[in-house]
Design a protein around this ligand. Structure first.
Ligand code: SF4
Length: 235
């Protein structure tokens, strides 16, 4: 691997496509070594719970969602439970996840569709998941990949940021990022790739102050900048 790394100019993002693929392969290999057990940060025991938790996780931390769903999942066990409760009561129950009115509406609409079209079951199919009210590509990918083992890449804020920093793409568009990662990675890595980038983003590559000098993929990253932390520490 050392020879492979030596051949790449890390001062430029103008890699040949084949080099980018090789680099992506090495990067994800190193991340897998660093984080051998990656899994969703959201707590759930069924595809339905994962679907609800993922809807609630929009603009909210996974930690906060887990606090809320601890009680929520005891109170609401089926789509019918969410449908029959008053909106105000549901809003109260999910209040601390933020955007609670819109989220309560999304959860209710989604559950209504689950009952009317899918017999109350969460469909094990990406397109059907994506067709549910309040379920975008990210949520559909999370559920498809983690609950059903369907190859999918969920592009969250960390995946978006790190894909750009690592020079895989120059775009903030989640659909384009998803498409690009799918070009670069084998299907077998799609689900874990989101977890690996999100874990690295949470533990090392912080948005404001990436910890480049402790980064296992630093030698492969065009944004490598160990001085950033040193200069901040001096202040
Ligand atoms: S080298 Fe720095 S910017 Fe690049 S992935 Fe690592 S922590 Fe992030």
């Amino acid at each position: 691997m050392a020879d492979l790394l030596k051949d790449w100019s890390l001062k430029t993002k103008n890699f040949m496509e084949s080099d980018v693929k090789k680099r992506a392969g090495v990067i994800f290999g190193l991340l897998q070594e660093q984080y051998p057990k990656v899994e969703p940060a959201l707590d759930y025991t069924s595809p339905f719970e994962l679907l609800i938790a993922t809807i609630l996780s929009a603009q909210c931390t996974d930690e906060r969602v887990n606090i809320v769903t601890k009680d929520l999942f005891k109170k609401y066990k089926t789509p019918q439970d969410y449908i029959k409760v008053d909106s105000e009561e549901l809003e109260q129950d999910i209040f601390s996840t933020g955007f609670y009115r819109q989220k309560a509406k999304s959860v209710k609409n989604c559950c209504t569709e689950l009952v009317e079209k899918f017999n109350g079951e969460v469909p094990a199919d990406f397109e059907k998941l994506n067709s549910l009210p309040g379920v975008g590509r990210k949520t559909a990918s999370v559920v498809a990949g983690n609950a059903f083992g369907i190859p999918a890449i969920a592009v969250d804020t960390h995946v978006k940021r790190l894909s750009n920093l690592l020079g895989f793409i120059d775009s903030k568009n989640p659909d384009k990022i998803e498409e690009r990662l799918k070009e670069l990675l084998p299907e077998s890595l799609w689900v874990d790739s989101s977890h690996l980038l999100a874990t690295h983003g949470r533990r090392i590559c912080f948005a404001r102050r990436p910890n480049c000098h402790e980064c296992v993929i630093g030698s492969l990253c065009p944004a490598f900048n160990p001085e950033k932390k040193k200069s901040k520490e001096k202040k």
